[in-house]
Design a protein around this ligand. Structure first.
Ligand SMILES: [Zn+2]
Ligand SMILES: [Zn+2]
Length: 305
């Protein structure tokens, strides 16, 4: 496809900054967007909604077959990003990747997947790789944590020189999931204390479902102080910003549109207002149905902060 055709479809960026420094303390607003039509289309979707950041799957998460990304598409994406007001591109792993797996085949498959993904991300200039901590599949949390630590260690070795930050995401604590407790994430990350390429992403729905209350400013303060103590907010560039279909401690990963779930607008506004969230990106992973209202509410709430 000719380069011009792809670029023509993109809405005109409002500004053309040469570099995109993040204004100190400013909260970024973003969303998970579809890559239908290619990566440039994903960027265009983010721009159409006037977002600061996007999250994508680089291939369809439903299939293990990876998308073929041509040199032209990579070049087009880099060109489009350079003039785009979108300042961060997050890549989410598909769910079949499991760094905590006790099964050697799955574990090694996951490793080669992650390494290839980081190489792809370097080639398109995407900075943050987001991965659920994983599932120990019955082998126990301690064994799961050891697998994740070994995975991160080997991935860092195999992608030396990469700029991509690997972010572990907290889980809802569904059956066999590792990483729903901040202590467990903190323990894994504590092994990589001086490693700037290891970070974390905190999902509001997952933490609530795992049993951490965020329904009031006081609850947010307590929960976020625990994150500060056990993980450290300086290692967290982004939060997944979702309401929850299940109640506190329900241990299920079911996102809900903002204000429609058990966290509610009051709790979500308290999250936005927290001092720990200053300068972070807030990425929506809510259903497309209702997404426009979510973006509007989030923009309004961030502006009123
Ligand atoms: Zn998430
Ligand atoms: Zn989730």
């Amino acid at each position: 496809m000719a380069k011009q055709t792809v670029l023509k479809k993109l809405p005109k960026p409002k500004a053309k900054p040469k570099t995109k420094p993040k204004p100190a303390g400013r909260i970024g607003i973003g969303a998970h967007v579809s890559i239908a039509g290619g990566y440039c289309e994903a960027l265009a979707r983010g721009q159409a909604d006037d977002l600061d950041a996007i999250q994508i799957f680089t291939s369809s998460p439903r299939s293990r077959a990876r998308r073929v990304v041509s040199k032209q598409e990579k070049a087009d994406f880099i060109t489009a990003c350079a003039v785009s007001p979108i300042r961060a591109v997050y890549v989410h792993t598909p769910y079949y990747v499991n760094a905590a797996s006790p099964d050697s085949r799955t574990w090694h498959f996951s490793q080669s997947y992650i390494v290839r993904e980081i190489e792809l991300m370097d080639s398109i200039g995407a900075g943050y790789f987001v991965m659920h901590v994983g599932s120990h599949l019955g082998s126990g949390v301690a064994a799961g944590k050891d697998k994740v630590i070994r995975m991160l260690d080997e991935v860092l070795q195999k992608t030396k020189g990469s700029k991509v930050v690997v972010c572990l995401e907290n889980t809802a604590g569904q059956k066999n999931e590792v990483g729903s407790r901040f202590e467990d994430m903190g323990e894994i990350m504590g092994r990589f204390k001086k490693e700037p390429r290891i970070g974390a992403v905190m999902d509001t729905c997952h933490m609530f479902s795992a049993g951490y209350d965020i329904r009031t400013p006081a609850a947010v303060k307590e929960t976020f102080s625990a994150i500060e103590r056990l993980i450290g907010w300086q290692r967290i560039p982004m939060l997944h910003f979702n309401d929850s279909m299940v109640d506190l401690g329900g241990h299920r990963d079911r996102h809900q549109n903002l204000g429609q779930g058990y966290i509610g607008h009051k709790g979500l506004a308290a999250v936005v207002g927290s001092r720990f969230v200053k300068g972070k990106d807030l990425i929506l992973e809510t259903a497309d149905q209702g997404r426009a209202a979510d973006i509007a509410w989030l923009k309004k709430t961030v502006a009123a902060r």
